[in-house]
Design a binder for this molecule. Sequence first.
Ligand SMILES: NC(=O)c1ccc[n+]([C@@H]2O[C@H](COP(=O)([O-])OP(=O)(O)OC[C@H]3O[C@@H](n4cnc5c(N)ncnc54)[C@H](OP(=O)(O)O)[C@@H]3O)[C@@H](O)[C@H]2O)c1
Length: 279
Amino acid sequence: MELSSPLEGKRLAVIGVGAMGSALVRGLIQSGKVKPEQIVAADIDPSRLAAVQALGVLTTNDNKSAVQQSEIVLLCVKPQVMDEVLADIAPVTDPKKHCVISIAAGVPIARIEASLPQGTPVIRVMPNTPAQVLAGASAIALGTNADESQRKIAREIFSAVGLVVDVPEKLMDAVTALSGSGPAYVFVFAEALADAGVNLGLPRDVALKLAAQTLLGAAKMLLETGKHPAELKDMVTSPGGTTIAALSVLEQHAFRGAIMEAIAAAHQRAKELAKSSGE
Ligand SMILES: NC(=O)c1ccc[n+]([C@@H]2O[C@H](COP(=O)([O-])OP(=O)(O)OC[C@H]3O[C@@H](n4cnc5c(N)ncnc54)[C@H](OP(=O)(O)O)[C@@H]3O)[C@@H](O)[C@H]2O)c1
């Protein structure tokens, strides 16, 4: 017997269908977790609305109307316009009917709760851009009024675009520094791998394909075997071989230390931005 989905019979308002909002809409439809007519997309940009309308979802330029038609409200606007959007939807938000999920980086749950009617369930999620290719990594934190059934709803939505983990809100800046900004570190690494290949005579397109597939394959091995990365590294590192020659150079240049320091800097910056956005 098929277990019923926590999204069954519910309508989702997606407020802001830019890069991330539209990726969520696409993922939800592609995964079959919701039917297009269960989604109502709201945005001030008609071209963004036209793009998702082509997928069969309902569209409106009125955030309030989208909220009134829905039980789940996904806030996918930029942090800078969050206060404006919250003020707009607060009068039509019903704590008994709605669950509000925000993906805005650096906007604390307490600030969202304070802008909405008392008792409104709020969930904060930090996704990343690979959500656009259904391979995202999202972390979920519950607000004071959200319960486990609402956590299931958030998990169901974000698992449509990749992997989902639960964290307490105080770790959201760490998530931002690791997986939120992480794709950029990996792109720089991929570019360096490809440049190295080109330096050794490989055509650029071949080098880039080999680099990208190597990253994808290594990541899949980590996730699918559950083995420690050091064990997987040891498996390809034969005595006196090519791999250990390369690893030895990476160690001389403090490769791992550089990555840890870089992510600590991103963490520090996320904390500063969260603090200044609340002032
Ligand atoms: N992209 C990422 O990697 C990523 C990762 C994690 C979290 N996030 C979070 O996701 C959120 C969205 O980011 P994004 O990259 O998808 O931004 P985006 O592409 O700019 O999308 C936001 C959309 O919201 C629209 N909008 C602006 N004001 C609005 C309003 N008052 N009512 C309704 N819609 C409005 C924007 O229209 P205009 O363009 O006309 O302003 C745009 O179409 C941000 O809070 C960000 O922190 C993004």
